[in-house]
Every structure is written in structure tokens, then in C-alpha cells.
Design a protein around this ligand. Sequence first.
Ligand SMILES: O=C(O)CCC(=O)C(=O)O
Ligand SMILES: [Fe+2]
Length: 340
Amino acid sequence: MSTPSSSAANGSAALHTTARPRSGHWTPPRLASAASSRLVPPPCRASSGSPTPSPRRRPTDHAAVKLDQGAAAPSVPVIDVGGTDHGAVVAAVRRAAEEWGAFLVTGHGVPQEVTSATLRAARAFHDADGGEGSEKARLFSREPGKSVWYNTNFDFYDSPVANWRDSLYINMDPNPPDPAELPENCRDVFFDYGKHLKRLQETLFGLLSEALGLNQSYLSDIGYNQGQMVYCHYYPPCPQPELAIGMVPHSDWGFLTILLQNEVDGLQVLHNEEWVNVVPIPGAFIVNLGDLLQMLSDDRFKSCEHRVLATSVGPRVSIGSYPTRWFNQDLWPHQGATVP
Ligand SMILES: O=C(O)CCC(=O)C(=O)O
Ligand SMILES: [Fe+2]
């Protein structure tokens, strides 16, 4: 059984694992380790101060990697999911899922005004002050399981290397938060974004079902497309990037994560044992397949290992959305999944 890593990459704990899933019966992870609740909040915002080295904070190999890989580096596949040749789109998804476990999506139908407004709102929330009486102070928590929460340096006291990142989490579905719980500038924008992302998720589940040789509605019919968590990460410019990391290497627990990001580099995926930059394409989404899809496909599709480097430029803003239905049920590899 895969167990949640205590050094999970993300403040939403237990959503990520560095372990590969094994085929066979799997028990859903539990939310929220209580251990984190004893921590006292450090100063708001990762950007305050610098990642001063200490015996607990050693630079590691992941911090030493450069973003500049040159033109010859392989690149993450880009798939126009609105393409008219449906068979070709399914084949491209199958290839990307098998070889990379990640791909960029264009032609997705989410309006550019929606993606821009969402990135703008997320950035404005994070750019704002975190002092007493602020939205950040109201939402700060190290206890995942709330509808909306914010944290900074979530594993500040445990991690061997500083995670140079602040994050806002919103549990959108099945129990959407009261709009008043969200930061004021994010309310309408995020509910609208969540709806668009649900539709894109549905499209991707259809393509992935077909890519597995299953009926197009298979993954949605069995309910894997339900539930939705949206998070907004903010990676401020880091004065000493060689001493920090944006997000440690990990794979995502769930079926898939759909990521929107601004124009700042930093995300890398592991491909053939090499870290490859995901070069941002304005308006495109990045799709990372997760451990459960790897397991469901009997290891045919890859759960993609990825990480985010800390950089001296920024801020980098990314917004992820993923289905959460799998928290509540036992899952096993689908015997009928046959990749043609
Ligand atoms: O910020 C990113 O691009 C990646 C975020 C991520 O991998 C995660 O939240 O699991
Ligand atoms: Fe991730």
C-alpha cells in the first residue's frame, strides 16, 4: 500500500506521494496529519527573509539544477484537444500518458479572460500584505481539511530545504465553501474558474478513457471525475535559489492535476531520468497524471514525477485543480483497460 509521505510536497498533506503506487488493492489515504498543528506560524510570506543555511537546511541536488537546458532538450508534448481528428487526439494523449505522464493542453475552450482573471486574482491575494486583520491572517492554517485555507512554509520546521512558496487552498466540491470564506477578490472569479475546469476535466477523462481502450464516459461514469480542490501557489523571487526549492520532487496522489501558470519558469518533470523544463505556453494548461491513474491503468500510464525550482525571478503563480472523489472509496486496477 502506498502511504502518504510525511514530507508531502504540498501543504494539503497526504495529497502527494514520492512512492510509486503498486497494482492491487489500495486503501484511500487519510487527510491531515495532526502533527503539523503544533507548529507556530512563521512570519507571513516566504518572501520575507532569506533561506539562511542551518544544519537542517542543506542545499540538495535539486537546488543545483539550472533552468537553462538549451534547445536540444526534449520537451513535454503539446496536445490540441480541440483538434478535429479525434482519433489523432486520443493517440497523442495515449502516447503522452505512456511516455511522459504529462502534457500541455491547448484548444481546451476555457476563455482567455477566465484564465487571466484567475491568475490575476490569485496573484493579488498573495501580493497583498499578511499583517493583522488581513485576509491571509484570517485564512492562515496548518490544518488541511478546512474549506479554504492559506499557509506559508508549511513544513518550515521539518524540511531539510526551504520550500519557497505560499499556497491558498479551496475545497470547491462536493461541499463548496460559503463565498465569504474566500478572499474577497477571489470569490466570483474562482467559482467561475472551477466550473470551467470541471468541464475540461470531463474532456480529459473522456480522452484518457478512450486512450485506455475504454468507453469514453468510463472514468466519469464510475464517479472518478467528482470532487474538486483548487489551489494557488505563489513562488516569490528567491534571493538564494541554490538554498531553496519551490516544491520538492513528488508525484500527485490522485488521477490528474490540471495546472495553469503565469509566464515564469520553474516546473520540471522527470523524463527518462532527466529533469525537463516545462516551458510555459500562455493560456495552455499542464496536465500531470497521478498515482491513481497509473494504478488504474495497471502501470501503462505514468504518474509523472515533478518539482518546482526556486528562482531569483518571479513571482511564479500556479493554479491547480484536481478531482477528489477518490478519497472516499477503495480502488483497484481496471481489468478491462487495454491500451490498443
Ligand atoms: O506549481 C506547480 O507548477 C506545481 C504544483 C504541484 O506540483 C502540486 O501542487 O502538486
Ligand atoms: Fe504536484
